[in-house]
Ligand binder design. Structure first.
Ligand code: LMR
Length: 438
């Protein structure tokens, strides 16, 4: 059964009872329409309809009547349709719900079209995109939905927009949390941690209340490790293992730099771990990485370059890019989100691994428990992952890992009030920075 969703989900929507009755009269032409007010947002409603194959009807668009509302139903997504009625869709999988926050931003503007095209979840996976924005970005969000509409993606079956995470996260299997406030002029890092922390605490609560129990959450909004920690702590009914902080962009950057130095194409670089925080203390691990299957140190015999230039280049790549572009990386970030998802839904190639910021409790490396730390992972392709056991350490690596670990523990103390651990005490090391803050 296919479902087209009319989703007037903006929380400021005020549908008066006259409008509701006029809406329901028009919708009476639909067969088997479910009209359900959303449980939490009292002023909003979602209408889901479906028709049997022989009952496909002409589109019914909701006309504005009375006072202008923020209610949005996006043309093609307002139609009724039936996946089973169409020959090509009979082999499709069951529709999955994907939430994207910061949906009107630059990263999402790249990502959403990749998701909708089938490039991420495959050509037989229909999807529903549930877009979370802010009141300020609501018009832009409508623009994004219009562009999705105009792209005629066959696999994109539903699009809804809202500023309420409790609506957006309902039954989602994936939550890609991109939206976060950038650090403004004069803002202390502790202030940034607090402001963004509040957002991720709320989103964690919303996920806990309404998302699929199996939801996989990828936190992109910075500072992503600590935001992911806050999010998972506020979602106690979802396994902590399901939360990731995006460090795949750092892994990709590291692979590119090693490939450049070795004079090989970047597909020859494997086993690349980023340890720790997505910040300038992150540790791109050239000790365990390989080029053409050989240890990096056997291919690049320049220890000074590896320890100094390479490491710093990866750590500060985001900042250099901001200087060139005048804004944060967006396209490459969206590519790395795709890579991160694919790494969880396809089996990791034999002998290789990928990096992700994950919950440390139970890790085999001796990293402090109860933080979110980037580590080497492998997946069977079922959405889950396991830690890689066969990595080696030397003094250089251990010293760097200890530093990034200390930074994350300090960030955790700054957000104690958001993770149920009492009063926050912020003693961040002075040089602690996001890759973009230089
Ligand atoms: C990046 O690594 O490019 C971003 O996280 C930088 C930033 O601070 O936005």
């Amino acid at each position: 059964m296919a479902v087209a969703e009319l989703s007037p989900s903006f929380t400021k929507t005020h549908l008066h009872s006259s409008q509701l009755s006029s809406l329901s009269t028009r919708l009476a032409n639909f067969r088997r329409c479910a009209f359900r007010p959303l449980p939490r947002a009292r002023n909003s409603l979602t209408i889901s309809c479906s028709v049997a194959p022989n009952q496909v009807q002409a589109p019914v668009a909701v006309q504005n009547e009375g006072p202008k509302t923020k209610t949005e139903c996006f043309g093609v997504f307002c139609l009724t349709y039936d996946l089973k009625a169409e020959e090509e869709t009979k082999t499709w999988k069951k529709l999955i719900n994907i939430a994207v926050s910061g949906a009107a931003g630059m990263i999402s503007n790249h990502l959403l079209f990749k998701l909708a095209s089938g490039e991420v979840f495959g050509p037989d996976q229909p999807i529903a995109l549930k877009l979370l924005g802010s009141e300020r970005s609501f018009q832009a969000l409508e623009g994004v939905a219009m562009e999705l509409e105009d792209s005629l993606f066959p696999l994109l079956r539903e699009v809804s927009i809202s500023i309420d995470p409790y609506e957006v996260f309902q039954d989602v299997e994936w939550a890609l949390l991109i939206g976060a406030k950038p650090r403004g002029p004069g803002m202390e890092r502790a202030g940034l941690l607090d402001i963004n922390g509040q957002i991720f605490a709320e989103q964690g609560k919303a996920l806990n209340a309404v998302a699929s129990r199996n939801v996989k959450v990828i936190v992109v909004g910075n500072p992503c490790n600590t935001n992911a920690l806050i999010c998972l702590k506020n979602a106690p009914n979802i396994p902590a293992k399901n939360f990731h902080a995006l460090t795949r962009l750092d892994e990709n950057r590291a692979k590119c730099q090693l490939a450049l130095k070795a004079g090989v194409f970047y597909d020859k670089v494997s086993n690349m771990t980023i340890w720790g925080n997505h910040s300038t203390t992150q540790v791109p691990d050239f000790l365990n990485a390989r080029i053409n299957g050989f240890p990096v140190k056997e291919v690049i015999r320049d220890q000074k370059w590896l320890e100094e230039e390479f490491t710093e280049k990866v750590q500060k790549r985001g900042g250099v890019l901001i200087k060139k572009w005048g804004r944060s990386s967006a396209a490459s970030t969206s590519v790395s989100i795709v890579d991160a998802i694919r790494s969880l839904i396809t089996p990791t190639p034999e002998g290789d691994w990928f990096s992700s910021g994950v919950y440390t409790t139970g890790n085999p490396y001796g990293i402090a428990e109860d933080i979110v730390f980037s580590m080497p992972c492998r997946s069977k392709g079922d959405g889950d992952y396991e830690f890689v056991k066969d990595v080696v350490f030397d003094d250089y690596l251990l010293e760097r890992i200890t530093r990034t670990e200390a930074e994350l523990l300090a960030e955790k103390r700054c957000v104690a009030h958001l993770i149920g651990e009492g009063i926050a005490f912020c003693d961040l090391p002075e040089d602690t920075m996001l890759p973009g803050e230089m």
